[in-house]
Design a protein around this ligand. Sequence first.
Ligand code: UCC
Length: 644
Amino acid sequence: MSRRMQMSKFLLGQISAKLWCRNLLHQPVRSMGSKSALFPAIANAADYPQQAVLEELKMPFSRAMIGNFFQERPKLGNQFLEDAMLQSYLKRHLPPVVLEEVSQDLDRFSQRLVEEIDALGRECELNPPKLQQYDAWGRRVDDIVTCSAWKRMKNISAEEGLIAEAYERKYSSWSRLIQVVKLYLYFPSSGFFNCPLAMTDGAAKVIESLGTPTPLQNAFRHLTSRNPNHFWTSGQWMTERRGGSDVEGTETVARLQEDGTHTLHGYKWFTSATDSDMTLTLGRTIDEHGNTVQGTRGLSLFYLELRDAEGKLNGIEVQRLKDKLGTRQVPTAELLLDGAKSLMISPEGRGVASISNMLTITRIHNTIGAAGSMRRVINLGREYAAKRFAFGKLLQDHPLHIQTIARMEVEARGAFLLLMETARLLGLEETNLATEQDQHLLRLLTPVAKLYTGKQALAVVSEGLESFGGQGYMEDTGLPALLRDAQVLTIWEGTTNILSLDVLRSVIKSQGQVLTAFFSATEDKLQAALEVPDLSKSANITLQALQQLKEFTKNAGLKGGSYMELSARDFSYSLAKIYIGSLLLEHAAWPGASDTDKYCAQRWSQQELCPVYKAEASGSYNSEAQVLDKQLVYERSPLTKGKL
Ligand code: UCC
């Protein structure tokens, strides 16, 4: 018998031996506790046709040796058509004529996402920006080199009117909501181009809120253009080395020039989308004697264009690009402002108040990112579960797996409705159709939505990656970027605690009117659900939680600033959970709602809806807790020797 025949007989023996072991492992044993009771026998030798084995044996070094099973990757479908809550929401709210037109555009846009934009987004992730500080001849050029896909995203954003839509107001107050829906569909495929778009929208909003003064009309036209050759993006430079949350330590000074402009001199620590055409930034005016007003009351808002007519940087030096956990597609830099020519656009000392219009918009964009991320990881996860085989059946047929995705779905639908509510209220405000209650509600819900959905997105996207097993952890699947990017949503544009304090700021600045608006809007939304048998129990649970929240605010108001500060995060979470509950129930009570809408609303009400009430009952906000919290954190820390 030839050497070759001997070898093939040996290998055949090896394979059938291996298969035999596999089967052994999976022979059913009697008790429930044992592994195989849960997992029925999988494949056996018969799976491997003799001929195939013999074929493979012919070539000692051949591809056949690595087998030919390759798991299909999760595919992206038309995100507009596949989003049940989005379809239902638009059908419930938009006038039929508008719905017809908008649906066609969103369907077409979602096809473009699949066929063109998603791949560009991936390219932005794989080709992050680089800084070329010097040219070949030693001249300092500080070029931020971005990939062609990133540049293409800018053109697509103009073509699709991702900013223009909100300012053209073709559909009156609905235009803002339609813009937000488009950005929500675009976000997970945008290569994080949503970031410059958020600040661009914010800059247009600030300029419009200032009455679009003549010097800014050209910029406004560029920011809201649908022409890729004209379209500008903007930055938002608020963060310096002394602080991003607290801008009191801003060191940048602004020197008045004879022509009425100011030159800026300072150091910006974190500037995103630094390849933008213009930016808004804070600076401290300095008089001819070198005096400045300290604190945030000394800060004014400045408009500047990054390059002059010859394309040269406008008194700006790019020190370095930031090395970030996520949003690596976005050029983020440290900048030296060395006489950057700028225009003061706010009254002197009103810089923070004036840029707050930008904060409102960028925080709503942050909520877009959160809701969009959750939607994307769920849609990919459910698609994958329909084609991934494990333990004898598809993942979609494993109840525990589906229960996990269903819980993610409840979170995503809640976040989506909260996003739509802020967009609806903003659209009303921008078209002067908002009632006083609407305006108070918008002021309160903007920070609540940003802080709550940012946290939700992190939890849901992390859970989502798990639904792909090990592949969720492999960078070349493109999935981990979803989690790395989602982490920024809780940090920039104000961290969770800073926005919780902004919720308190809105209560104090409005003498509690934002809460009155919240209580009455929530009660209104729950009325219909109280009449629907399937929903009345959940509606009553939500009303009880609302009652608890009212009780808490009444007591806390008497207990002063530090008590409220300690409760700020739980208080904001309670506002979010109760309001989302009322939105889900209001939607589920709508005659056109589906059974899944009802089920989703019921599931939401089964959680702790008013954590602040529960935490207060356990004394979490009193002065003793304050001391104990610090002791708990610093126990055995060398920092506290004898101090605590
Ligand atoms: O992160 C950044 C860029 C990242 C890229 C953008 C991506 C966008 C999302 C994309 C997702 C896809 S730029 C850095 C962002 N920085 C922040 O968000 C700052 C966080 N810190 C705060 O919010 C602080 O609370 C400050 C800076 C507002 C605190 O300022 P003050 O001056 O210490 O606080 P005051 O004194 O309370 O506020 C000053 C004035 C007051 O008005 P008056 O004087 O009339 O009483 C406030 O009412 O500003 C007003 N004000 C507001 N008004 C403050 N915040 C607001 C607000 N949210 N709405 C209306």
